[in-house]
Design a protein around this ligand. Structure first.
Ligand SMILES: [Zn+2]
Length: 434
């Protein structure tokens, strides 16, 4: 560097540093006509919510609006916490990519990633500010999506991701339906494991890759060729290894299971949640209650599987797997609810188009929940399942300002939740009434 330039740099540096000092961010004040207090199962009226730096700082009926605050008037709306879907697949490309796994082989990884962008936007637009994503066919693409959203490259919910499906060879999370001499690319078989030590190795690798939780497949699946949803896949030893290894990295395990034994093996192994839990029996319900295991039952998406069946876009083997399962799952949801099992909100988004997940609330009410319980399943319960209750799940000082609103009160008619007109995530507005 020439001396004159050095001198210039020396004298200008303090000014530049001063200009880069972060400005204190302005306070946002939301007037909430009605506010659903999910922590205490009650509705509050005429509340003021104060927000700064993406977090809620105060809430109450008699607060002063600080001078210079940006005010948002939701005094004619019902306000409640941003919703959390605990079972999504946002990064598998267009919705067709979830229904037809071979779709993944007809598109490049870049195409799949870019096709997934609208999935994230649709999800937050309908009111979900956080998702627990539970597996991708092309390994690690969900990590890329989580980070792209966090950095603001694309719009979407806050994501917690699994990185891949940890599955037995040829199992529910594997890419199947090919001749034995076809070798799949690495990212389509990343999570395959066939012994407790292979399971541990996969989980160690995924932890290193930066995932938030582990997804294992304990039984066969509906939407996998050559799979039987009634079967058991991983052994109790493999499931126990998964839970133990995940705990070494401070991660929780979500287990896909349809069959009664697949469900019970997963609960006994200590998983945090059983996904689908379709054919759970009385012993399974008692075990879930005893262990405090969440059931994450996707009781709406049967509507979409049946629609796909009628319009001919679902293969015959998938429809055969699905036969009778949908109705049994809904009956078992009611049974588990009445038994007092913990139930979280998970839709398997991707089976249905992403803007339809919100319709599951009405089905949860139809099958026995109160509207308050249905909303709690996607707020307080979902945050608890994620282990994030200190920062997510309700509108309280110290938590992220994840806030949504509807013109009508969903506690009066749950279908009002299908018309969310205001969405805020971490203090930033993504949607507001026109
Ligand atoms: Zn799923």
């Amino acid at each position: 560097m020439r001396p004159t330039l050095l001198l210039f740099a020396f004298f200008t540096l303090p000014l530049v540093v001063a200009a880069q000092q972060p400005q204190p961010s302005p306070t946002i004040a939301i007037r909430a006509g009605k506010l659903i207090d999910v922590d205490h199962s009650r509705i509050l009226t005429n509340q003021l919510i104060l927000i700064r730096d993406g977090k809620i700082t105060a809430i109450g009926p008699d607060l002063q609006i600080p001078t210079g605050a940006q005010t948002i008037d939701l005094s004619h709306a019902t306000v409640f916490p941003g919703l959390i879907d605990c079972h999504t697949h946002l990064a598998d490309g267009s919705q067709q990519g979830n229904i037809d796994p071979i779709y993944q082989l007809k598109h490049t990884a870049a195409e799949i990633a870019l096709e997934s962008v609208p999935n994230a936007r649709m999800t937050i637009d309908s009111g979900f500010t956080t998702v627990r994503d539970v597996g991708v066919y092309r390994a690690l693409s969900d990590i890329a999506m989580r980070d792209a959203i966090a950095k603001g490259y694309i719009v979407g919910p806050r994501m917690f991701v699994a990185g891949a499906y940890v599955t037995i060879s040829g199992g529910a999370g594997a890419m199947t339906g090919f001749a034995p001499d076809i070798t799949l690319p690495w990212d389509l078989r990343y999570g395959q494991a066939d012994s407790p030590w292979e399971v541990r190795q996969r989980i160690r690798q995924l932890a290193h890759d930066g995932v938030d939780h582990i997804k294992i497949l304990s039984s066969g699946a509906v939407l996998t060729h050559g799979s039987n949803p009634q079967s058991q896949e991983f052994t109790p030893e493999e499931l126990a290894a998964a839970v133990d290894e995940a705990h070494h990295f401070n991660m929780r395990v979500a287990a896909h299971a349809h069959s009664p034994d697949g469900i019970k093996n997963a609960i006994r192994a200590g998983v945090a949640s059983v996904e689908h839990a379709t054919l759970i029996d009385d012993e399974g319900i008692a075990l879930a209650k005893q262990h405090g295991t969440y059931l994450d039952m996707d009781i709406y998406d049967e509507e979409c599987i049946e629609e796909e069946g009628k319009n001919g876009s679902m293969t015959a083997d998938f429809l055969a797997h699905d036969r009778d399962l949908g109705e049994k799952q809904r009956q078992n949801f009611t049974k588990a609810l009445h038994a007092g099992v913990k139930l979280s909100f998970g839709t398997d988004a991707g089976v249905c188009e992403y803007d339809r997940s919100i319709r599951q609330f009405a089905f949860m009410v139809k099958y026995g929940m109160t509207p308050m319980q249905a909303i709690q399943s996607a707020t307080t319960s979902a945050a608890d399942l994620l282990g994030k209750s200190e920062i997510l799940g309700s509108i309280e000082p110290g938590k992220y300002a994840d806030i949504v609103a509807t013109p009508d009160n969903p506690l009066d008619d749950i279908r009002a939740i299908e018309h969310i007109t205001f969405v805020m995530k971490e203090g930033k507005i993504y949607k507001q009434p026109k």
